[in-house]
Design a protein around this ligand. Structure first.
Ligand SMILES: *Cc1c(COP(=O)(O)O)cnc(C)c1O
Length: 344
């Protein structure tokens, strides 16, 4: 069966064009710096984000961890959202592997961290306290609904960080979605950041890989640490080739996913038994089950699958549906109809 799979944009399989590029990629040993396709991808990513250098990493989690390890030493502190992927969903890597102390502050419903909360969290120069080194934001903010943080807000966080001598990292797993939603060049959105991680393997459809970007010095240190973490890869140009297709062909089409998320939202709003709140800002539609629905989340997932649609829940009584390259208009219609049938 050919399922409509809305569980995440991570489920995107490579396109035929990607598979062809992968098959034909020129490769070399990237630990020697010899893989021309990886080198090309890194140059292209740095250019597109307006930074000096970039590093290809196996996952977004490793990219974020590298950024934290470069910016902070053991016992130093990072100010971070309590609903951020780095804090919630990266297995505590910063603390377990880096001895870095997270200082979580609330993500607001719009995904931001309040500037006054950031300011109040910066530790004073006092031997009892940890040393604050870094502020992280996430854009788009996944757990807040795939919401988009603005250029203006990003500048304000950067300004505040600079005033206090802090570094500023963006977990931009879906930064191209954010840029598409804002209709700005991604360069402008990340200009104020010292480092940015983004994923090739989500809405950009590549099978594997993320990019870390920043200054030459930052990337040189991240490169050494990547080796330490076991992330030095050999003929990885076969993966980088897919990443190049992502940057060249996929970054420009994300608005289609966002338009389909809006259509999905409008359709699901008409389904009795679902409670939809804010309109989607990017490619994610979050909703709750109404109180009268007696089916469990797992029963709904199983019934939807019988209708050819794969979905997943994100919290008790809450679902998250994500649109992507392999979900077309017919897939959106089919999903709305299936929810109507299952919840009847
Ligand atoms: C997916 C994701 C990551 C991590 O990426 P992996 O490749 O799954 O390790 C980091 N941050 C956010 C916001 C994400 O959605």
């Amino acid at each position: 069966m050919n399922y409509i799979d809305l569980r995440s944009d991570t489920v995107t399989k490579p396109t035929p064009e990607m598979r062809e590029a992968m098959a034909e990629a020129e490769v070399g040993d990237d630990v020697y710096g010899d893989d021309p396709t990886v080198n090309q991808l890194q140059v292209k990513a740095a250019q597109m984000l307006g930074k000096q250098a970039a590093l290809f990493v196996p996952s977004g989690t490793m990219g974020n961890l590298l950024a934290l390890l470069v910016h902070c030493s053991r016992g130093e502190e990072v100010i971070i959202g309590d609903k951020s992927h780095i804090y919630v969903n990266e297995a505590g890597g910063m603390a377990a592997l880096g001895g870095i102390f997270p200082h979580p502050i609330p993500n607001q419903t719009d995904g931001t961290l309040r500037l006054e909360d950031i300011r109040a969290s910066i530790q004073p120069d006092d031997s009892h306290r940890t040393i604050t080194k870094l502020v992280c934001i996430e854009n788009t903010q996944n757990l807040c609904g795939g919401v988009v943080l603005s250029v203006e807000y990003t500048k304000q966080v950067s300004q505040l960080a600079k005033e206090h001598g802090l570094k500023f990292h963006i977990d931009g797993a879906r930064i191209f979605n954010a840029a598409a939603a804002l209709d700005v060049d991604v360069k402008e959105l990340v200009a104020p950041a010292d480092s940015v991680m983004f994923c090739l393997s989500k809405g950009l459809v590549a099978p594997i890989g993320s990019m870390l970007v920043g200054s030459n010095e930052f990337i040189a240190r991240a490169h050494r640490l990547r080796k330490m973490l076991g992330g030095g890869m050999r003929q990885v140009g076969v993966m980088a080739a897919a990443g190049l297709v992502s940057l060249e062909k996929m970054t420009g089409r994300l608005k289609q996913d966002h338009a389909r998320a809006k259509n999905l939202y409008e359709g699901l709003k008409q389904v009795r038994g679902l409670r939809l709140e804010a309109q989607p800002s990017s490619n994610m539609v979050y909703f709750m089950l109404a109180d009268h629905i007696k089916l469990t989340e797992n029963q709904i997932i199983a019934e939807m699958k019988k209708h050819g649609v794969m979905v997943d829940w994100s919290a008790p009584r809450q679902f998250r549906l994500v649109t992507h390259y392999w979900v077309d208009d017919a897939g959106v219609e089919k999903t709305v109809k299936a929810f109507g049938d299952v919840l009847k």
